[in-house]
Design a protein around this ligand. Structure first.
Ligand code: ADP
Ligand code: ZN
Length: 607
């Protein structure tokens, strides 16, 4: 336990001048011994919400996290701040574990990170009942819910904590959860008597782009070269094979790209993750197995070469960009084919039908986002239950609005054609019928006699394909995966036909927005003065040297944001330096002098 008020701890230990958003409210609530459920976007500052109460309350703070591979990094980062922390999990050597356990018994440790499997063993529970516990923090709390996107059965047993340790406050935290998942978390973790804190979900510094997949490889390469040369990013691919292929190809193009997926040797995986965390220009090409809990602040872009499972997963994955608050990009390439693949996965899984329905529904919402003709951010924020907001001005749709047209007649023709051919054919056949083509298949099914035969010659094939996609996205038609992509009409579609509603559709321009066009330059994160840029580069180099010596990721020493502030303020004394965000007492003592020296040398050389 450390003495001091939360604000003093924030300033002295972490070096931050003020609390952000709801942090103060959460912290006071938990210090007073209450339970809490905290929803904050990635990068919102959840960790402080349990770390500071753990420091203020008597006893050890127990942090439950599924992210074994990252625990050691978290612990090292805390130690640099002067916080007594440790981790217990299957990856730790036994002697280290016994050291941590001894420290827990002696009251010589403030925070202990532990995986749920370990926590729930009889030995560990009995250890806990013998010592004083400050709080339980349940990180990545969505793992407790089957409705969330990363269900972990062990998490459901965490309810035991409520029963065995009724006097100890519990705080559950997550970055993603829609309303049903939230309710489920509160119920399963018995948090109904606590308070729920929901922060705004917006990540205004992330610019969203969603484009059709045409020549994705080449476009991605251009996008990286043009906007993110020499920076860190994540590229998500759907399969292990694609990960390997894409990483190899990017390397051929001269990029520092590394693969990461669950099929790799665990030593290689760990090595690649480490290289990414410690690197300043590494591109991680990965399946979604990568990323949870990665708190690297300087990821400048996240690209998806396939569509994600649902909006929550998308928001979580893209949320890994720009945690430092500086401008970042999210770029998704999508195709109807990917959607069909994902539907196939859902169908083939051995989940219950009710569960499958939820997943299909969530995927539909995601497709709606892809085909949207209004602000992407607004759609996502509304999905998460944030109040209606204005168009953001920082997504591809806001920046270059797509052209729309009155698609009423086109939609009527498209839907009638589905009806007239018996609601079981895919887009290819439907378009042939609309075009009046006498193909073998058309003749075999007698579709040349359908009343919609040849009524759609005004649009080419790609136009009709786009119209069908949009009608599916808008819920007027649905694709039956079990029937090989056969399209049928929904109730909404029937109502549209009957009530002669009007409908606007996105115009097909022949060239759908590509990464190249969709992308306009993000506001520069660069420093203006050339001398400042040089100083920034020098400080980065110094940081890199220190990081290598100490075998730490550079950002654990100081964030880019802190370096920028050092450059702009050019402090000449430790005292002056201590006012800079991100420089607490321990870091000031440890690194202050060397950074002051570097700044002074640079000043002397340039004046
Ligand atoms: P989350 O766990 O919600 O994704 P973190 O707790 O990792 O986010 O915080 C994101 C970043 O913001 C971290 O680098 C953290 O040090 C920083 N941060 C948190 N709270 C504050 C604050 N009050 N002022 C400045 N920076 C903060
Ligand atoms: Zn927008």
């Amino acid at each position: 336990m450390m003495h001091g008020a939360p604000l003093d701890i924030l300033r002295n230990i972490y070096g931050y001048p003020e609390f952000r958003g709801q942090q103060r409210a959460v912290i006071e609530h938990v210090i007073a011994g209450n339970n809490a459920f905290v929803l904050m976007p990635t990068g919102g500052g959840k960790s402080l919400c349990y770390q500071i109460p753990a420091l203020c309350r008597e006893g050890v703070g127990i942090v439950i996290s599924p992210l074994i591979a990252l625990m050691q990094d978290q612990v090292e980062a805390l130690k640099l701040l002067g916080i007594r922390a440790g981790a217990i999990n299957s990856a730790m050597p036994p002697n280290v574990i016994s050291g941590v356990i001894a420290a827990m018994r002696n009251g010589a440790i403030d925070l202990v990170y532990v995986a749920p499997e370990r926590l729930l063993t009889p030995d560990f529970l009995s250890l806990l009942s013998e010592i004083r516990i400050a709080l339980f923090a349940i990180d990545e709390a969505h793992c407790v819910s089957q409705w969330g996107h990363d269900f972990r059965p062990h998490y459901t047993q965490l309810v035991a904590l409520a029963e065995r340790f009724p006097g100890v406050p519990r705080i559950a935290l997550t970055a993603t959860a829609d309303t049903p998942t939230r309710t489920d978390i509160v119920e399963r973790l018995r948090l109904a008597d606590g308070r729920t804190f929901i922060a705004g979900f917006d990540r205004p510094n992330i610019r969203y782009h969603i484009v059709e997949k045409k020549n994705a490889k080449q476009e991605l390469l251009e996008f990286i070269r043009k906007f993110h040369a020499g920076e860190c990013g994540i590229v998500y691919c759907l399969s292990r094979a694609k990960v390997e292929e894409m990483a190899a190809w990017l390397r051929e193009q001269g990029m520092n790209a590394l693969p990461y997926h669950a099929g790799m040797e665990s030593a290689d995986r760990a090595r690649h993750q480490d290289a990414f965390l410690k690197g300043e220009s590494v591109i991680m090409v990965a399946t979604i197995a990568f990323g949870m809990g990665i708190d690297k602040p300087d990821v400048r872009f996240v690209a998806h070469l396939h569509i994600p499972k649902n909006i929550e997963a998308y928001y979580q994955e893209t949320g890994r960009a720009g945690r430092d608050g500086l401008p970042a990009d999210a770029m998704m390439f999508y195709s109807a084919g990917d959607a069909a693949t994902l539907r196939g996965f859902i169908e083939q899984s051995d989940a219950q039908d009710s569960q499958k329905r939820i997943e299909h529904h969530k995927l539909n919402a995601l497709l709606g986002l892809c085909e949207a003709s209004c602000c992407r951010r607004r759609i996502m924020l509304e999905y998460f239950g944030d109040a209606e907001s204005n168009p953001c001005g920082n997504c591809d749709i806001c920046l270059t609005p797509p052209e729309t047209f009155d698609g009423t007649v086109a939609a009527q023709k498209a839907i009638s054609c589905v009806y007239r051919t018996g609601q079981r054919f895919g887009v290819g056949q439907l378009v042939d019928v609309l075009h009046g083509k006498e193909t073998e298949r058309v003749l075999r099914f007698g579709h040349n006699h359908a009343s919609t035969f040849g009524i759609g010659k005004e649009f080419g094939k790609p136009q009709w394909q786009s119209i069908y996609r949009q009608l599916v996205a808008q819920g007027l038609l649905k694709v039956d995966v079990a029937q090989h992509g056969g399209i049928s009409i929904t109730e909404h579609g029937l109502r549209f036909l009957k009530e002669k509603e009007t409908l606007r559709l996105r115009k097909y321009t022949g060239k759908e927005r590509t990464a190249r066009e969709a992308r306009t330059a993000t506001p520069p994160a660069m420093l203006e003065q050339e001398a400042d840029q040089q100083l920034f580069a020098a400080l980065k180099m110094l940081r890199r040297e220190l990081a290598t010596q100490e075998n730490l990721p550079p950002y654990v020493i100081f964030h880019d944001k802190t370096l920028r502030e050092l450059v702009l303020r050019k402090p000449f004394s430790l005292d002056e330096m201590s006012g800079i965000s991100g420089i607490g007492q321990a870091k000031l003592a440890r690194y202050g002098e060397v950074f002051l020296k570097a700044i002074a040398e640079h000043q002397a050389a340039t004046s």
